[in-house]
Design a binder for this molecule. Structure first.
Ligand SMILES: C[S@@+](CC[C@H](N)C(=O)[O-])C[C@H]1O[C@@H](n2cnc3c(N)ncnc32)[C@H](O)[C@@H]1O
Length: 191
């Protein structure tokens, strides 16, 4: 249950829960403080698998600690690796993937997602999704570089062939153009 539609992560989790089943393989492209990783680990159950990535040691350490406390460590493969390289280690077709773009809250804002690597990682995930699998993105526009990143992410997703992918976006219509937004993509075909 969520209380505020301003809570994008909560909204996306409501949606993602509809698609993820016990035993699935899923991916968190931006582990950060580990909250999405833990959510995904809970959804896939003890027979499932979560691939989780972050470039920052602080994020990997924090996520590892959270996984230890929640008891989900055994079902998560955690990599300190640029998500542009995720295909090098991801061995499964994915039911779901999550990108929460931007920077690690409460840390150095210099270490944030960048257009080129974000686009490369999105392409890699689109290829790895199984038929019916979903990709959820939270996109920011306020911090330096975020506007350009959001424009390029939108361009990529808008141009996906309709027969192969369904692309649904959420924007806050009564807020500034800099408000965060979300996108849900579903793959409609087998590779
Ligand atoms: C908004 S935070 C993610 C929040 C996280 N999902 C959570 O639940 O706490 C964005 C994260 O992306 C990470 N990041 C930035 N560029 C990256 C890259 N190229 N590959 C992997 N992670 C990256 C940052 O280090 C940061 O921790």
């Amino acid at each position: 249950m969520i209380e505020r539609i301003q809570d994008i992560q909560g909204l996306l989790r409501l949606l993602l829960r509809q698609f993820i089943a016990p035993g699935d393989a899923v991916l968190d492209a931006t582990a950060g403080r580990g909250r999405d990783t833990v959510f995904l680990a809970e959804c896939v159950g003890s027979a499932g698998k979560v691939y989780a990535f972050d470039i920052q040691e602080e994020a990997i350490r924090g996520t590892a600690e959270l996984l230890e406390t929640t008891g989900f460590k055994d079902r998560v493969l955690l990599y300190q690796l640029d998500h542009a390289r995720l295909a090098e280690v991801t061995q499964d077709k994915l039911k779901a993937a999550v990108f929460n773009l931007g920077y690690l809250p409460g840390s150095d804002h210099q270490e944030r997602t960048e257009t080129d690597t974000t686009l490369a990682a999105i392409w890699a995930v689109l290829k790895l999704l199984q038929k019916g699998g979903v990709l959820a993105l939270t996109v920011y526009r306020r911090h330096p570089g975020a506007r350009a990143e959001s424009v390029e992410v939108e361009r990529l997703l808008k141009n996906l062939p309709r027969k192969d992918y369904s692309v649904l976006a959420g924007n806050y219509l009564n807020q500034s153009q800099e408000a965060p937004s979300w996108v849900l993509v579903q793959k409609n075909r087998e590779d």
